[in-house]
Design a protein around this ligand. Structure first.
Ligand code: OAD
Length: 249
């Protein structure tokens, strides 16, 4: 059998990528759960991934919240306390450092807030945040920085209806402003770093072909190849918390 020729995206070396980085005034990061894995935050689809142990249909849809708000609230409350006990890892810190030298925007699918805690200031939270709530009726948004809000879903101080976690659930649209800001940032990028995402959830993953079309170089950092790897100019295989500090050396 004749296989099509494989491109050599795995062959780019660290010094080559360091060179691209130095010569890229505008850098975008697209991060996923693997970015926070070394902080101790579980991913979704890995061996111990959340979606291996929990059914997203029971916990991460508007219907699930309507059917059993207490169960859904408790699950997010558990995730909040888990994240509150973690710290940004050397990968998050390296990106915050990179922002001091480049125009850098982080577009994250993560809801843990670790990029901001590491010091990154241009962070677009595509899937919302564990640290926000939104009213199911009047839609008012609250930022709440305490790990444990309450074990029951609290009520909106404005209208008295249920507050829900401020995250994007399956079947919901992304926050329009976050998506538009992402598209604008991608259109001007010279380099896109795709870190710790399986690239299976859309529309977030769509940002990678869009960056290529806009002429950016794409560098993927992951433990393994993903469906996005064929689009990447380089895939650096390994943990982000080790590769990112090396990239900056
Ligand atoms: P996944 O759990 O699907 O993928 C995590 C990726 O991180 C995998 O490709 C791993 O190989 C990689 N990985 C794990 N540890 C790593 C490390 N230390 N360094 C680098 N890479 C590592 O997570 P996401 O792609 O973020 O959405 O999932 C996307 C979305 O699906 C999430 O935002 C969430 C989920 O359903 C919603 O909840 C709406």
């Amino acid at each position: 059998m004749c296989l099509p020729p494989r491109d050599n995206h795995l062959m780019a070396t660290l010094p080559e990528v360091q060179d691209w980085l130095r010569n890229s005034p505008r850098i975008i990061v697209l991060s996923g759960a693997g970015m926070s894995a070394e902080s101790g935050v579980p991913t979704f689809r890995g061996l111990d991934g959340l979606w291996r142990n929990f059914n997203p249909l029971d916990l991460a849809t508007p219907e699930a919240f309507a059917n059993n708000p207490t169960l859904v609230w408790e699950w997010y409350d558990w995730r909040r306390s888990l994240v509150a006990a973690t710290h940004p890892n050397p990968g998050h810190l390296a990106l915050a450092q990179l922002e001091l030298q480049h125009h850098l925007t982080v577009i994250t699918q993560n809801v843990d807030g670790l990029h901001t805690r590491a010091g990154s200031t241009h962070v677009i939270e595509l899937h919302g945040s564990l640290w926000r709530t939104r009213c199911t009726a009047c839609q008012s948004i609250r930022t709440n920085l305490t790990p444990k809000l309450s074990t029951l879903p609290p009520l909106c101080p404005d209208c008295g209806q249920l507050l829900r976690p401020g995250v994007v659930w399956f079947g919901e649209n992304l926050p329009p402003m976050a998506w538009e800001a992402s598209l604008e940032a991608i259109a001007e990028a010279n380099l896109l770093l795709v870190i710790g995402t399986s690239g299976t959830v859309y529309p977030a993953a769509e940002l990678v072909p869009l960056a290529k079309q806009a002429g950016a170089k794409v560098v993927e950092i992951n433990l393994e190849e993903t469906p996005l790897s064929p689009l990447a100019d380089a895939t650096l295989l390994g943990p982000g918390g080790q590769i990112l500090p090396k990239l900056l050396q």
